[in-house]
Ligand binder design. Structure first.
Ligand code: ASP
Length: 281
């Protein structure tokens, strides 16, 4: 049975939670260019003006942003390092971090940040939206407010409730490196197939404390930004041929290949396939 904890707001005498918002781009910050009808990123100030109720939270907020903000399809290991560094550089000055990000590659970024920020002892909460803040009907405002509340939440003894990288979206908080985008239209766009939600956000924010990660005792927060980009990913599907896979293995500079296999890790047993691995690995 999971012990649930409803998010506590800070006691009146406690200092206001200090949260850094890292704005990277994505639909949550888009607005319609009235001349062309295209969605273009708008400035962080514009974003804040469209969500005036943020002021009612009583938090101390600051922000940093990518310049220019990007569609998350343009995310890369170099930009992950930039975002991780923004968080690490401000780590001592804030109680928590909210990263506004496009949904398309948010799960990749959450995963990358979890490895770039090992032993993080403060919340790093990614969120975004399916519809831009400022639209008449949208999910961005609630997602932003909820992410801020999660980043500010404390345990009964005053420690940060979340001490890991997580995705807050719709009605659930997910472990960052277990999450997958599952829908381009549903307001519950993310899911983890191999770990339960860390919190349910309904009338209250109910944290499942037993499921939350805690940094290993004695291990210091140790940001590391290097990530190998020369890794190819090959999908296996019924009928995949040597002509499709070999060029990926032999592409210049590729140092490794991740095979996306069937079921629990099964792959064809035909000789051309097993020889392919034997020759190159
Ligand atoms: N294309 C957008 C992005 O990932 C989609 C979104 O934010 O939902 O940046």
């Amino acid at each position: 049975m999971t012990a649930n904890t409803t998010a506590s707001t800070a006691a009146p005498s406690a200092p206001a939670p200090r949260i850094l918002i890292v704005y990277t781009g994505g639909t949550i910050g888009m607005t319609e260019d009235l001349a062309t009808g295209a969605l273009v990123p708008f400035s962080f100030d514009h974003l804040m003006k469209n969500v005036p109720k943020i002021g009612r939270l009583g938090y101390e907020l600051d922000h940093v942003e990518l310049d220019p903000p990007i569609d998350s399809s343009n995310m890369s290991p170099a930009v992950w390092a930039q975002v991780a560094k923004m968080i690490a550089d401000a780590y001592d000055d804030f109680d928590g971090f909210v990263v506004l990000h496009g949904t398309d590659t948010m799960a990749y970024t959450a995963s990358a940040l979890s490895f770039m920020l090992p032993n993080v002892a403060k919340p790093v909460i990614l969120t975004g939206s399916q519809l831009p803040i400022g639209e008449i009907r949208e999910d961005g405002t609630e997602n932003l407010i909820t992410a801020l509340q999660i980043a500010a939440a404390r345990t009964a003894d005053g420690a940060p409730m979340v001490q890991e990288v997580a995705i807050s979206f719709g009605r659930h908080l997910w472990r960052g490196n277990r999450s997958t985008k599952v829908s381009s239209t549903n307001f519950g766009a993310f899911r983890s197939f191999n770990y339960p939600p860390l919190a349910n956000m309904d009338l209250h924010i109910d944290f499942h404390e037993r499921l939350l990660l805690r940094p290993a005792p004695g291990k210091a927060f140790a940001p590391a930004y290097a990530m190998e980009g020369a890794v190819a990913v090959a999908f296996l599907y019924p009928g995949v041929t040597e002509a499709v896979l070999r060029p990926q293995l032999e592409a210049p500079g590729v140092k490794g290949l991740v095979l996306r296999t069937f079921g629990a890790g099964n792959a064809p047993t035909e000789q051309w396939f097993t020889d392919l691995g034997g020759e190159t690995v």
